[in-house]
Design a protein around this ligand. Sequence first.
Ligand code: NAD
Length: 337
Amino acid sequence: MIQVAINGYGTIGKRVADAVRQQPDMEVLGVAKTRPNFEAETAIDKGFSLYAAIEDRADQFAEAGLEIAGPVEDLVDGADVVVDATPSGIGAENKSMYEAYDTPALYQGGEDADLVDVSFNARSNFEDATGADHVRVVSCNTTGLSRVIAPLREAYGVEKVRATLVRRGGDPGQTSRGPINDILPNPVTIPSHHGPDVETIFDDLDIDTLGMKVPATLMHMHSLNVTLEEEVDAETVRDLFADESRLFLIPERMDIDGSGKLKEYAMDAGRPRGDIWENCIWEESISTVGTDLYLFQGIHQESDVVPENVDAIRAVLGEADAEESIETTNETMGVGL
Ligand code: NAD
């Protein structure tokens, strides 16, 4: 059994912990938190061993009646791999701790690409992570773009990608984020940082991205234009995408007009936390004009990277190939709407 440590038990960390627990070849050795809050309490309720991420604050857990298994260093020392799901920039500060205990580490998309040996997306470059000590599971947006670009490159060749990312202002729990009543070019400079991030996954990809932020919390929305190397009709592209396990083609009959109904559908379907691990592509939006392909896709920022983290664990430890790992992860989590 692969012993997995999870350092940072917030939006991403708690979801990764639940997903790891469902795997037949993995165990959650423990989760580390900085302070006792509702997430610390649910971690204990779920039976995860709780470790103190910051030694000086360990007493706070006892005061809140929460039992601590030890300092985060013990957790990292005992694990085969650590998933760092701390806020952007903290992963970089933690790197020396993982090195000191010789524990391979996965980081999240908020960290810089140059922190790690490999940036990772299971569908696109699984094997690159084998044996690496420091791997970054790319951001929710980069994951969403990579999952679409990989099959298109393999099937038809991609000349150029242009994407406009309409980004949620914050996650539902992020009460301090915004905008509340505005539409922001964000970042205002063009191209946005997302394109270069996708280029960390693919060699020789030509991609420009533009970003905006809107008063929404549920999902991101991508408006995508891919210039292919050959003319393909829309039906053929739909068939290509239908074979991809982490792409959900929203059928017209479902009458899902936006991210609100998508989230409602996920909750009705009994998804944990209403999570949507798949890219949600509106089937009707898939259109071609000559070599240009267009589509809209919704990306659930809080959850699409979760199966990718599970796959990255197997990739780093060389425990499975891409196909085996993706299949196991999908089956155990229930990925595939
Ligand atoms: P979050 O704030 O919800 O959770 C981070 C957790 O780490 C919190 O519980 C926080 O208390 C804890 N923490 C803070 N400092 C710590 C430390 N020194 N040691 C251990 N734990 C510490 O953040 P998140 O949204 O889960 O983001 C985590 C990472 O995932 C970031 O790199 C982010 O960019 C990336 N990411 C976030 C999203 C998203 O939409 N939320 C999507 C994809 C990737």
